[in-house]
Design a protein around this ligand. Structure first.
Ligand code: SF4
Length: 639
């Protein structure tokens, strides 16, 4: 292959140590096999960094990867991936942001950007089409994300796209984020600390090119069809929400509360009685000043909220999204929406992931309640449930690693291992990644979803709680198994068949995050995505269901191989929070529910079998060959 439409065919490599920037050809064989984003990023990262690389060393790399749909008119396809080895988990990390950076990078001529090495002094990278400069960022160091973006836009113009870290990234907080367009974030897993470890304050880009597709007319038709059928009308969706007319992701809070899945008081309960009136969608709408959409998205799911009165008057943020309302709200027993807005804004400006921050604060609150951390340990702060001022003080301490903030900046896994005293039992994380806002005991398959997600405790590899509670599973048909694209009935709390749901959902998400389509865009099946990719690239065979399945499966095996090479095994998949198997949910509709370890173990074994991974969770050589991964099959037995 020499060139393929949908891609620009080029990768930009920036070495901060040598201050060199070079263009390299995109490996089109990898692009065909792994598509883009998550899959292609995993293949590139596997090649780029050796086993055992310290995530915060110059040897780690930050790879920004687009997909064949990025920068096109395909709807809800503006997201792009930041791929690296996570300083929080020590395994694969991909983290996605909406906004315009991915499209601008492609308009500048690149499918991906690899940043490697470490700058001697604080620096930023400026890309104007194919002209690349590494500039001094001494004057930006210490500024928050908004101030940094302001400064770069003042210098280069309002229409540039900027990625930046805040003080948390500079201070290597393990869950520091990379911020984008003020209110968009590569939130999970600590990519901001990787930037900080490289003395990389920001990357700014402006491109003036365009993206060609293989079948322009067909592509326009497919984009229209996807927009109308799958994003606006959503007749096939389990989750038909006209986001634009409602409150966006906060709509989820009513549902999770109703089904007893809303994390409350550090996942002690699945129900927060003040959620509806004080933090729910209606409360959000009262503070909403406008909607916002990512590039080419009819859903416009984001809200800008502004606090007009009270102690947090003047705080304005794009959000809070559902995860923020839950993790900084109910999970910390905080029912004051203006305070959640203020905390959300503070986390964005300091550059910290709200999910990990909410979990860490909730864990510390439980430690304080139980007497494991004293007021003295907490630098004189009484960190009581729902105390927003104490939470704000802690966020500032964490971002700067001041006092107790130095411990909390490590995330709940490391922090709990360090202080012990039983606090590990309520550290709500998987493989070091703090859990998102779906109570794992509220659906029997959710622990399996978290256990087998390639970046740790994550709901964006499969989301079986929706399937369990609604009782219907839209299945991507596998013709070899005689399946059709039809909804299949399933039963909540019954482990039967749940491993298969997780397994197949992971394929759908793998394709989505590689193409790349936003996870809120909800065609329940992969065919419309495959059709868009085929029309963009000319790879007509990807529409074939079997080929599509093989591609998705290859992506999942690629991320697994990265993690296996890092030493991840079955024992790590089984290391779920103690609370899941040993403590029932304390309140609400799921009160008394607890997951049986034997059910989880059985599902995990079924899952390995479906994947054709061995009993230790390692992909079998034959499986990799079957998936066309011969180059990696040879080494799997040595990992
Ligand atoms: S659904 Fe929301 S987050 Fe996703 S692309 Fe559209 S506006 Fe952006």
């Amino acid at each position: 292959m020499t060139s393929v439409r949908g891609y620009k065919g080029k990768v930009l490599r920036v070495n901060l140590t040598t201050k060199e920037a070079v263009d390299e050809p995109l490996n089109l064989e990898w692009a065909r096999k792994y598509v883009g984003g998550m899959g292609l990023g995993a293949r590139m990262l596997y090649h780029e960094i050796p086993k055992g690389t310290d995530p915060l060393s110059p040897e780690n790399k930050a790879i920004i990867v687009t997909g064949p749909l990025t920068g096109t008119i395909a709807p809800a396809c503006g997201k792009y991936a930041l791929v690296t080895k996570s300083p929080l988990t020590g395994i694969f990390l991909d983290s996605f942001a909406g906004g315009y950076f991915g499209a601008e990078l492609k308009y500048a001529g690149y499918d991906a950007l690899i940043v490697e090495g470490k700058a001697e002094n604080p620096s930023y990278v400026w890309i104007k089409d194919e002209k690349v400069k590494i500039e001094d960022a001494e004057s930006l160091w210490g500024k928050d994300t908004h101030e940094t973006e302001d400064a770069l836009k003042e210098k280069y113009g309002k229409d540039i796209s900027v990625l930046t870290i805040g003080p948390a990234g500079e201070n290597l907080v393990r869950y520091a984020l990379v911020n984008h367009e003020y209110y968009r974030q590569h939130g999970r897993g600590g990519a901001g600390a990787v930037f900080g470890s490289k003395n990389l304050k920001a990357v700014a880009v402006k491109g003036t090119g365009r993206v060609e597709v293989a079948d322009p007319e067909g592509f326009v038709e497919a984009a229209k069809e996807t927009t109308t059928r799958h994003l606006i009308e959503q007749p096939d969706s389990l989750f038909a929400i006209s986001w634009k007319d409602q409150a966006g992701t906060p709509e989820l809070s009513g549902w999770t509360n109703e089904v007893g899945a809303l994390p409350t008081k550090n996942f002690q309960s699945g129900f927060f009685k003040e959620m509806g009136e004080k933090l729910g969608p209606e409360a959000v709408k009262k503070l909403r000043v406008r909607n916002r959409a990512c590039i080419q998205c009819p859903m416009a799911c984001s809200n800008f909220l502004k606090v007009e009165e009270g102690p947090y008057a003047g705080s304005m943020v794009e959000g809070p999204e559902y995860e923020t309302l839950a993790l900084l709200g109910s999970n910390c027993n905080l029912s004051d929406l203006p305070a959640v807005v203020a905390l959300n804004l503070l986390c964005d400006r300091m550059g910290m992931d709200v999910i990990s921050t909410g979990n860490t604060l909730a864990w510390a609150m439980e430690c304080y309640e139980k007497g494991i951390l004293s007021k003295e340990d907490l630098d004189g702060v009484e960190l009581r449930w729902g105390d927003s001022e104490a939470m704000i003080t802690m966020v500032n301490k964490i971002a700067r690693r001041e006092g107790i903030g130095d411990l909390l900046a490590e995330g709940v896994k490391r922090a709990s291992e360090k202080i012990g005293k039983g606090s590990e039992r309520f550290a709500m994380q998987v493989k070091g990644l703090e859990l998102p806002a779906y109570e794992p005991r509220a659906a029997i398959s959710m622990p399996l979803a978290y256990a087998t997600a390639d970046r740790g405790g994550c709901h964006l590899r499969s989301w079986p709680i929706g399937v369990e509670v609604w009782g219907t599973f839209w299945l991507d048909a596998d013709p070899e198994k005689g399946e059709k694209n039809i909804p299949i009935e399933t039963e909540r709390w019954n482990p039967e068949g749940k491993a298969y749901i997780v397994y197949r959902q992971q394929h759908h998400y793998g394709l989505k995050f590689s193409s790349i389509m936003c996870d809120f865009a909800l065609p329940p099946i992969s065919d419309p995505i495959a059709d868009l990719v085929a029309r963009a690239t000319g790879w007509d065979d990807i529409r074939d269901r079997r080929e599509l399945e093989r591609t998705s499966e290859r992506i999942i095996n690629m991320t697994r191989l990265f993690n296996v090479r890092e030493g991840l095994r079955r024992k790590d998949d089984e290391a779920l929070p103690w609370r899941i198997f040993n403590e029932p949910i304390q309140d609400g509709p799921t009160k008394g529910v607890q997951i049986k370890y034997k059910d989880f173990k059985k599902m995990l074994e079924e899952y390995y079998e479906l994947r054709q991974w061995d009993e230790n969770g390692i992909p079998k050589k034959e499986k990799l060959i079957e998936l066309g991964m011969e180059d990696l099959a040879e080494e799997v037995e040595r990992l």
